[in-house]
Design a protein around this ligand. Structure first.
Ligand SMILES: NC(=O)C1=CN([C@@H]2O[C@H](COP(=O)(O)OP(=O)(O)OC[C@H]3O[C@@H](n4cnc5c(N)ncnc54)[C@H](O)[C@@H]3O)[C@@H](O)[C@H]2O)C=CC1
Ligand SMILES: O=C(O)[C@@H]1CCC=N1
Length: 271
């Protein structure tokens, strides 16, 4: 059981996904988690009701008492949020940022202290313990801080350490990644319903197909191409279907999509 006091700055979708995933394990307790939003009392009360976490009444006390500060505001709100906390932050406090694009040195520039900063990029599957998180350490973070961040994010999925300059790629790939998969699911669902399967029949078949394919990737050594070839009988249905995807250049579209998302992460960091 972890006893560190954690405060989430920003109580949006990502903070909730991380919090929900943490509280589904027996390693964290709601009494150790506090949330702070810029406004929106209803949202804070909703999260308090759902998870039993505390609300920050006095930001000075909340920050001074925290062991770990998790920054989960939008990149555009990052500087204002950190600068407002700056007077209360102690230099030994671990700061974990899940914000797209924002560098660890941006954060210590705003705290004006040599805080250990870990920049992490989880995804929303954190809420059920299946995030693919990558993280890197800022220059004041030691191996112990990295270990602490690994322990935290390992409770909500897998964790990979990467060099900080690779985090833009991670953001465009696996940070945004669940949305690409939902986009495919959405297209499959539309097709199935247009072809007259019921919504429920389609959803069951699609979700299990995605889960099975994902587990094949995860649990076998076969590459995606090898796995695809096993499904594709010469002259069969898959070949006909994939041929159509190729006509529409869907793989090129994915390359362009991920490159655009990576570029956007870079832009968010330099705004
Ligand atoms: N949604 C996702 O799938 C992922 C999001 N992220 C990152 O997480 C961060 C948050 O994203 P979301 O949760 O999707 O956004 P969101 O818009 O749902 O939540 C952000 C929250 O921050 C609050 N906020 C803004 N300024 C504040 C301040 N000064 N002090 C305290 N709270 C403040 C807002 O009221 C809002 O509730 C972003 O930086 C994003 O790049 C990272 C990985 C995945
Ligand atoms: O769309 C975004 O900017 C955030 C970062 C990764 C996923 N969602």
């Amino acid at each position: 059981m972890n006893k560190e006091k954690i405060v989430f700055i920003g109580a949006g979708a990502m903070a909730e996904a991380v919090m929900e995933g943490m509280l589904k394990t027996d390693q964290w307790q709601a009494q150790h988690l506090t949330i702070k939003n810029r406004s929106n009392k209803e949202r804070l009360q909703e999260l308090q009701f759902k998870y039993g976490v505390s609300l920050s009444i006095n930001i000075k006390d909340t920050i001074e008492n925290a062991d770990i500060i998790i920054l989960a505001v939008k990149p555009k709100d990052a500087s204002e949020a950190v600068i407002s906390l700056q007077p209360f932050i102690k230099k030994e406090q671990l700061i974990i940022s899940v914000m797209a694009g924002i560098s660890t040195s941006n954060i210590t520039d705003w705290t004006k202290k040599e805080n250990p900063v870990i920049r992490a990029m989880p995804n929303t599957s954190a809420s059920i313990g299946y995030s693919a998180t990558a993280l890197s350490n800022g220059k004041f973070a030691t191996d112990l801080h990295v270990k602490k961040a690994f322990e935290l994010f390992e409770t909500i999925g897998t964790v990979t350490h990467v060099a900080e300059d690779k985090l833009h790629i991670v953001t465009g790939l696996s940070g945004s990644g669940p949305a690409y998969v939902y986009y495919i699911a959405e297209a499959m669902q539309k097709a199935a319903e247009e072809l007259s399967l019921s919504e429920e029949e389609a959803r069951n078949l699609i979700s299990q197909t995605l889960l099975g394919a994902s587990l094949m990737l995860k649990t076998t050594a076969a590459s995606p191409i090898e796995l695809r070839k096993k499904v594709t009988s010469p002259g069969g249905t898959t070949e006909a279907g994939i041929g159509t995807l190729d006509q529409y250049k869907v793989q090129d579209a994915f390359l362009a999509c991920i490159k655009k998302a990576v570029k956007r992460s870079e832009e968010l960091g330099s705004m």
